[in-house]
Design a protein around this ligand. Sequence first.
Ligand SMILES: Cc1cc2nc3c(=O)[nH]c(=O)nc-3n(C[C@H](O)[C@H](O)[C@H](O)COP(=O)(O)OP(=O)(O)OC[C@H]3O[C@@H](n4cnc5c(N)ncnc54)[C@H](O)[C@@H]3O)c2cc1C
Length: 420
Amino acid sequence: MDNPGQRAAYGGMANDRQDVAIIGGGLNGPALALALAGAGLRVTVVDARAAEERAGAAFDGRAYALAIASVRLLGAVGVWPALAPEAQPMRKVVAMDGRPGEAPSPLSLTFDSAEMEEGAVGHMVEDRHLYAAFLQAMRDHPNITHLPASEVAEHRAEAAGAVALLADGGAVAARLIVAADGRASPSARRAGIGRTGHGYGQTALVAALSHTLPHEGVARQIFFPNGPLALLPLTGNRVSVVWSETDANAAAIARLDDGRFLEVLGGRIGGLLGDITLAGPRFSYPLSLTLAHRYVGARLALLGDAAHGVHPIAGQGLNLGLRDVAVLAEVLVAAHRRGEDIGAEGVLQRYESWRRPDATRLALGMDGVNQLFSNDLLGLRLARDAGLSVVGQIGPLRRAFMRQAAGLTQEARLLTGKAL
Ligand SMILES: Cc1cc2nc3c(=O)[nH]c(=O)nc-3n(C[C@H](O)[C@H](O)[C@H](O)COP(=O)(O)OP(=O)(O)OC[C@H]3O[C@@H](n4cnc5c(N)ncnc54)[C@H](O)[C@@H]3O)c2cc1C
């Protein structure tokens, strides 16, 4: 432990206390740490996982469609310059109708960056690059102490502060604890915060493909009766496939060898990408909706998937978390500058009332879209196609959807690229 910040974090005494202890160093935890540290707060990030596991060169299969507002936030916290060379701009998003054994056919909805003044509709980045950029930025920041491979076993709120107790016997004292510990959030459970949700009966099969035809920056979402199949453009003429299937089908497909897997997948996507080969290992993620009943508790705020875990149908999970980051950082920094206690109930309530309605609306919206599209009932298909056609053909409506999805209607400063 040669980092003075780390010694201070373990000291646990009032005068060594951190401003914020973040439990969870996945993606949203580091983003918040950088935003707060940039405004002068002292932050410790504790993560159960060893840093090298996630920053390793082997592609883990996961990639994110970052909305314009998320890219602006990453710029404001200083990680975008390192990421930009690894990011693939998305020029267009095309919705398609699919049936196994038939070539996908375009639906009447396309979002084209040519219609927006802001350039690309979003950027695709791979988890390994995003995590590595966060890791480096945290290591470089004098106000951040990063404790990887350390598990928080317990946390307690006290009158003047809170403490996170580590499984190895250490402790981190802070004015506020932020739980960014993922969709199962042990911290929320310890705080007695309940959750609502359900499994989708769907599993996402995720892999990266190399292909012979250029993707030209087009993201495709093909709606099959069992779930959507997304082909998301990556650098180097590769795509990230997020293929949602019923749990039973996904388990059977996951058991296929690589050659047979590519044959089945090829049957779904037709000749859209030319010849396809795997560009990394294959992964499966069971899909569920999980919404925390509250986003705050005693000296505790939930962030990202700990607050809301959503269906990946529109690629919004991380974007939603980064909206939390922007708002929580803005609320805490403003309170800190006014001399308020950043762990006080009134301060935390500002975060909850700013974020929870937006996140709940979006989570339930994606839930509805998944139900509407993941079925083969003729009436629903007709209603859905008519709805898409309305949005697709009315320019102002289509552009309003695009601005909403890009996060351009969000007001938090970091989402507009401004510093706090
Ligand atoms: C198949 C799939 C595709 C997706 N595609 C997209 C997309 O295109 N765009 C998008 O925006 N989102 C996407 N998402 C969603 C996105 O992956 C998540 O929203 C995001 O990763 C959540 O980040 P997080 O930091 O909140 O949580 P996590 O990344 O889950 O991090 C939680 C961290 O907490 C740590 N932790 C847990 N318990 C403890 C403890 N007790 N002590 C210390 N540390 C602890 C864990 O080690 C972990 O590192 C996708 C999700 C899936 C499943």
